[in-house]
Design a protein around this ligand. Structure first.
Ligand SMILES: [Zn+2]
Ligand SMILES: [Zn+2]
Length: 361
């Protein structure tokens, strides 16, 4: 563990062996590259053998004070959006990568945080991100025409590592509930007409289900809006490498705001949704009711992961539209302006079609 315990703040200070310049991670080369002379230093991309941490062993310990699993980080909080990011010690001016507000540097402080254990390195470049964004935007039907023709001026793409917790558990659940079986019932009304209706007969049910979970991913920061965060799900986890500061060189790293104890509650909620459908399948019948359930989360394990995204934004009619590009797949997720004229046109067209159908029949 010790060899990997390097402060994130050193990330931007790796020096070139050839000219002494600053080395940064280059997504195009997938290696460290000198920004001055182009000297490339190879990095080991071997997929890491994943070792996870026992949740129960850590939950009651003051993990943040343990030198074993934590590292010192210079963090600075944005007053505007609340983002917590890392900062190099020799930086003299910086803007928040999420909202572009200037950061107040003398508010930076050194604290201990759980050390990220694995990460996915950047693979997509900022140029590719820009091209993907233009393609993505071009396909949006409701996009105002002036944006389609004139193109969009986006902010500079900023590479950010976002923190995520992942959880594993073997769950065992005892439940009680009811199984509903539907049947058709035929009766006659007072005019003598035959009436059909569906009746459900309910039977008591109970049982046990076991369900293993692997790598339930929970966002450890809440700076990006949920409509972007919740859709950042497409990650090739099997290619995770062991955390090394060299992979972060040239990027900003967001620090978690949700610790592993808080994150586990969200992971259990996600697991519960799956457990509920397992129980329903176990009960069988046409419809089910779950009356009670008691779940044990055995072998609960966790780890901290950093995942790469490019962040940018553009303005239209005075409104800011934020979007991100997945640093592994190039997938674009974000908001875009919708033309009211085009929406009205579509509604009018739908009404016209309905009216035509009504005339025909
Ligand atoms: Zn160099
Ligand atoms: Zn901010």
């Amino acid at each position: 563990m010790n060899e990997t315990k390097q402060p994130i703040t050193d990330a931007m200070q790796t020096k070139c062996k050839s000219c002494g310049g600053i080395m940064q991670y280059s997504p195009a080369d997938e290696d460290l590259k000198c920004v001055y002379c182009g000297y490339v230093s190879k990095l080991d991309h071997t997929a890491a053998e994943i070792v996870e941490n026992d949740f129960n062993q850590w939950k009651d310990r003051a993990a943040e004070n343990s030198e074993e699993q934590t590292m010192e980080v210079t963090e600075i909080k944005c007053r505007q959006c609340g983002a917590n990011t890392t900062l190099a010690p020799n930086v003299s001016a910086a803007k928040c990568v999420f909202c572009s507000t200037p950061l107040i540097l003398n508010e930076a402080s050194v604290k201990r945080f759980w050390q990220p254990e694995y990460l996915l390195p950047f693979k997509i470049t900022d140029k590719e991100s820009g091209a993907n964004f233009n393609k993505w935007l071009g396909k949006k039907w409701f996009l105002p025409s002036q944006l389609k023709n004139g193109g969009v001026n986006t902010d500079m793409f900023k590479g950010v590592f976002l923190p995520f917790w992942t959880y594993d558990a073997k769950t065992f659940t005892r439940y009680t509930g009811e199984r509903g079986e539907n049947r058709e019932e035929t009766s006659r009304n007072n005019k003598g007409e035959e009436m059909r209706r569906t009746v459900t007969d309910w039977y008591v049910a109970s049982g046990e289900v076991t369900m293993p979970f692997d790598d339930i991913v929970i966002a450890a920061a809440k700076t990006l809006p949920p409509n972007i965060m919740d859709r950042l799900t497409n990650w090739d986890m099997m290619n995770c490498v062991k955390y090394r500061k060299e992979f972060l060189a040239g990027f900003v790293t967001e620090i978690y705001q949700i610790d592993f104890r808080e994150g586990v509650q969200k992971a259990k909620q996600k697991m519960d949704n799956v457990i509920d459908s397992t129980i329903r399948a176990d009960i069988g019948g046409d419809v089910q009711k779950i009356r009670s359930k008691d779940t044990q989360y055995n072998d609960l394990m966790f780890k901290l992961l950093l995942l790469p995204i490019w962040i940018s934004a553009f303005k239209f009619n005075g409104k800011l539209y934020q979007f991100v590009v997945n640093g592994r797949t190039g997938e674009v997720i974000g908001e875009y302006p919708k033309s009211t004229a085009k929406i009205v046109m579509l509604i009018v067209a739908i009404i016209a079609i309905i009216a035509a159908l009504v005339m025909i029949f």
